[in-house]
Ligand binder design. Structure first.
Ligand SMILES: Cc1cc2nc3c(=O)[nH]c(=O)nc-3n(C[C@H](O)[C@H](O)[C@H](O)COP(=O)(O)OP(=O)(O)OC[C@H]3O[C@@H](n4cnc5c(N)ncnc54)[C@H](O)[C@@H]3O)c2cc1C
Length: 460
């Protein structure tokens, strides 16, 4: 199921121009996965060494995963700083924070240099609350940010948040001056075009069916085997198909919907050019306008796949159209019944603490990986491309020593416990979100199960 973003981007770039692999191949670096992680890493490697022979192996088309389906909130990584500091030190945490700011600049500069219509909107994203029980973490967050000398966050009270978003449903929030909104489809397809122009070979409709943990490693596909000095896995939620990566992350889907262009309605309601926002539910809801006068929104807590069977879940959203309309209607009642252009869903790869993980596969040091973005990968995938490139080049530098290069964990159990436990935790989260809105406290059994939930928007 293609997102409206991806359909728009494919229409604009004249169709995919697919080249599947045709026979065996030897390269310096094989990257599996043609999303932001794979494409940024390919570009980073080429910028470091133009002579490297880099190939991307993508089972569908570039952008068909999370990168072409997301909400396009390009968020800096300030919220991650306290946790990063806890697992490393202040300087290493700030390095990541600054790299994330630079990543947003990279999106701007690559788009400007190569004519990518990323539709960057500087209207920011607000981390908002929809009920009193959700608010209250602002003070702590602002205090922590002061300690890091980060001044991008400002508190907005109910009136200010209404002015910024046009929604009466929000009771307050933190606006992040450095966040931007982008068109994820155009960006990912644009990066593909730039990568091709830089000499990266891209093989689409080419699925990795086996990963050889050999020296050198191999990537087997139905059309041939790729042998590479190094392999990069940029597989996002599909990382669960790699046994070594399975226990460090779980996947749950997020639903998304986009209206048809509604310029008159946006004008009438004063919603043209408003800020995007996420709420503070555990099953986050997010909403933003688009550059072509539509409204777009998401709600997490969708399908919970069994094992690595992600594709069974991605055919249609978890929620009915009416339930999705209720989400937007909760923020903008007058938009509840406007015509929807498309609704889809996509996986979110969650780690327990909400930080992505980069590293080398314990069973083969020549295979490196990056995943676990926990719902915010647009910016961290660019940060991670530096880390992955340094790992590929066997460097000992600020990137390979970064706190995001961390050991794999045993946070999530194997199936069937993962799925059964996941359903119970999912029910507990839904109950907590409902009770918060009713101003009620959840009981001890719900509290017990909530301790097993992975981190939400704010890492913990
Ligand atoms: C609905 C939704 C909303 C989101 N909103 C935001 C947001 O607002 N801001 C934000 O920062 N993040 C958001 N995210 C998360 C963000 O989209 C991801 O973190 C990011 O796109 C990850 O990029 P990636 O390249 O690692 O993954 P992907 O783009 O998914 O790339 C992985 C690729 O691997 C390919 N693949 C899988 N298995 C194989 C195989 N065996 N062989 C070959 N190829 C394979 C897939 O087809 C896919 O194209 C959202 C995600 C979703 C689903």
């Amino acid at each position: 199921m293609q997102s409206v973003w991806l359909k728009q981007a494919l229409k604009a770039d004249g169709g995919p121009g697919i080249t599947p692999l045709d026979g065996d191949l030897k390269v310096d670096v094989a990257i599996v996965g043609g999303g932001f992680t794979g494409l940024w890493t390919a570009l980073e490697l080429k910028s470091r060494d133009t002579s490297l022979d880099v190939a991307i192996i993508e089972r569908d088309i570039c952008g068909s995963g999370g990168s072409g389906a997301n909400a396009g909130h390009a968020l800096p990584m300030w919220l991650q700083l306290p946790l990063l500091e806890q697992v490393s030190d202040t300087e290493s945490a700030m390095n990541i924070g600054n790299a994330a700011l630079k990543a947003i600049d990279d999106i701007r500069s690559v788009s400007a240099e190569h004519g990518i219509d990323s539709q960057i909107s500087e209207t920011n994203t607000i981390w908002a609350a929809t009920c009193e029980k959700q608010s209250g973490h602002w003070d702590e967050m602002l205090r922590l940010m002061e300690g890091f000398q980060v001044h991008g966050y400002r508190y907005l009270d109910k009136d200010a948040v209404r002015n910024a978003t046009g929604s009466d449903a929000l009771v307050g929030g933190l606006i992040d001056d450095s966040s931007v909104l982008i068109h994820p489809g155009h960006l990912v397809r644009g990066l593909r075009r730039v990568a091709l122009a830089k000499g990266v070979r891209i093989f689409e409709k080419t699925e990795m069916t086996k990963l050889g943990r050999t020296s050198p490693p191999t990537v087997t596909t139905p059309q041939g085997t790729v042998t590479a000095r190094k392999v990069v896995l940029g597989l996002y939620g599909w990382s669960l198909s790699i046994p070594e990566l399975r226990s460090s992350a779980m996947v749950m889907f997020t639903d998304a919907a986009m209206t048809k262009p509604i310029p008159d309605k946006l004008d009438e309601l004063g919603l043209r050019g408003v800020s995007g926002f996420t709420d503070s539910r555990v099953f986050i809801e997010a909403c933003r306008p688009t550059a072509d006068d539509r409204m777009f929104w998401t709600k997490s807590g969708g399908w919970l796949p069994y094992g690595d069977r992600l594709d069974r879940c991605s055919r249609q959203p978890f929620r009915t159209e009416s339930e999705l309309r209720d989400v937007i209607g909760g923020y903008h009642p007058a938009l509840r019944d406007v015509e929807i252009e498309g609704a889809w869903c996509g996986p979110i790869d969650r780690t327990m603490n909400g930080l992505p993980i980069f590293g080398r596969l314990p069973t083969c040091r020549d295979i490196v990986f990056g995943y676990g973005y926990s719902g915010a990968g647009v910016v961290p995938s660019r940060v991670g491309s530096h880390i992955l490139a340094s790992l590929v080049q066997d460097k000992d530098d600020v990137w390979t020593r970064s706190p995001l290069v961390s050991p794999l964990s045993r946070s999530f159990p194997p199936e069937p416990m993962r799925w059964i436990g996941g359903q119970i935790v999912k029910a507990a989260i839904s109950r907590k979100d409902r009770y918060d809105h009713a101003g009620k406290e959840v009981g001890p059994i719900t509290k017990f199960w909530l301790q097993f939930k992975p981190a939400s928007y704010k890492p913990s």
